[in-house]
Design a protein around this ligand. Structure first.
Ligand code: HEM
Length: 311
């Protein structure tokens, strides 16, 4: 079942922006007493993005900000987003999805590194002393939208109205129409073990051909595990924004994974199937080559809530 798109008077944050060539992901915790600085930065975010991005609109600078469960009540009076809770750790016999601290999430993206850098620098200048940065990842798009395992990533992402429907809450949480959730995980890949696999074996893990990106009938593959059907038989979608990052000099090769979703229940169900296995399939074979090192859940308030919390 689809629900109505956000009403005209709610303006979402730019979660629906198309994939960009550069991203900076920041996850921070808020220091005691840092709340007012954080509120101020959130309130001025749209203006800051406009200032840094206005001279080069073609480069599409955008920033999405999210707030974690433990920080919500410290920052805002009034009702909480209905489904906001801390990221739920998953500990299976073989795979572990840790839950790591995160009060504030910033997803900056643009076609240019300098724009992302300039915005991140200004945000951090204003937040100095108010937050502790727990993770800062600079990510990039690689060749034709490929991850560092060599496969095209993002093909089955919903587009147009379906993307808004997947990522933005509608009538189910009336106080926060146009908001949504971001489930965020940083993964590190064992590229040596992956590269030792034959291409056909890699394709069975992903569920698509490597060169031509065609769907395969591959039961138990990553694609298969993450094809989720609702009670009405319709596919339940999330809007993924996964990007490669790494430091080859340190042997680091990773995927920064963000699932934007109208409800956290959808990506959480996917994660349970991936890490613990489901009734019809074992855990996701992709996890034999990919290890989650962070995990946090955030609410992405509508842009007009950030500008004026409480309305
Ligand atoms: C190591 C991290 C991950 C990598 C490298 C990765 C890679 C991929 C690739 C290559 C595809 C196939 C092409 C596409 O449709 O995009 C895919 C599909 C997909 N992935 Fe992932 N993924 C990762 C983590 C996750 C996680 C954590 C989730 C869910 C919480 C997820 C959900 C999905 C979904 C829903 C699809 C589309 C399935 C379909 O309808 O065909 N992925 N992923």
């Amino acid at each position: 079942m689809t629900s109505p798109l956000p009403s005209e008077e709610t303006l979402p944050q730019p979660v629906l922006n198309p994939p960009a060539s550069v991203a900076v992901f920041l996850v921070a915790t808020i220091a005691p007493g840092g709340e007012s600085a954080v509120r101020e930065v959130l309130g001025s975010l749209a203006g800051l993005v406009r200032s840094v991005g206005f001279p080069s609109p073609e480069d599409g600078l955008g920033c999405v900000a999210g707030v974690g469960s433990r920080a919500w009540g410290r920052l805002f009076d009034g009702p909480r987003p209905a489904e906001l809770h801390p990221f739920r750790e998953l500990a299976g016999p073989r795979h572990h999805a840790p839950s790591t601290p995160g009060d504030l999430f910033l997803h900056i993206r643009a076609a240019r590194t300098d724009l992302c850098f300039a915005l991140a620098a200004e945000l951090m200048r204003r937040l100095r002393g108010a937050v502790t940065v727990r993770d800062e990842t600079r990510a990039f798009s690689s060749f034709d939208s490929r991850n560092l395992l060599g496969f095209v990533d993002g093909t089955e992402n919903p587009v147009g109205p379906a993307a808004a429907d997947a990522a933005l809450a509608g009538a189910e949480d009336p106080g926060f129409r146009g908001g949504g959730y971001a489930l965020v995980q940083k993964y590190l890949h064992d590229v040596d073990a992956w590269d030792a696999l034959a291409v056909e074996a890699q394709e069975k893990v992903i569920g698509r051909t490597r060169l031509t990106n065609l769907e395969l009938d591959a039961p138990g593959s990553h694609k298969d595990v993450n094809t989720l059907l609702g009670p009405d038989g319709a596919e339940q979608k999330i809007l993924r924004s996964a990007m490669p990052f790494g430091r080859p000099g340190h042997g680091e090769f990773g995927t920064y994974f963000v699932a934007y979703a109208r409800t956290p229940a959808i990506p959480e169900t996917m994660l349970r199937k991936m890490f613990l296995g489901g009734p019809c399939s074992g855990p996701d074979p992709l996890l034999d080559y990919s290890r989650a090192v962070t995990g946090s859940l955030f609410f992405i308030p509508p842009a007009d809530f950030l500008a004026k919390p409480g309305g």
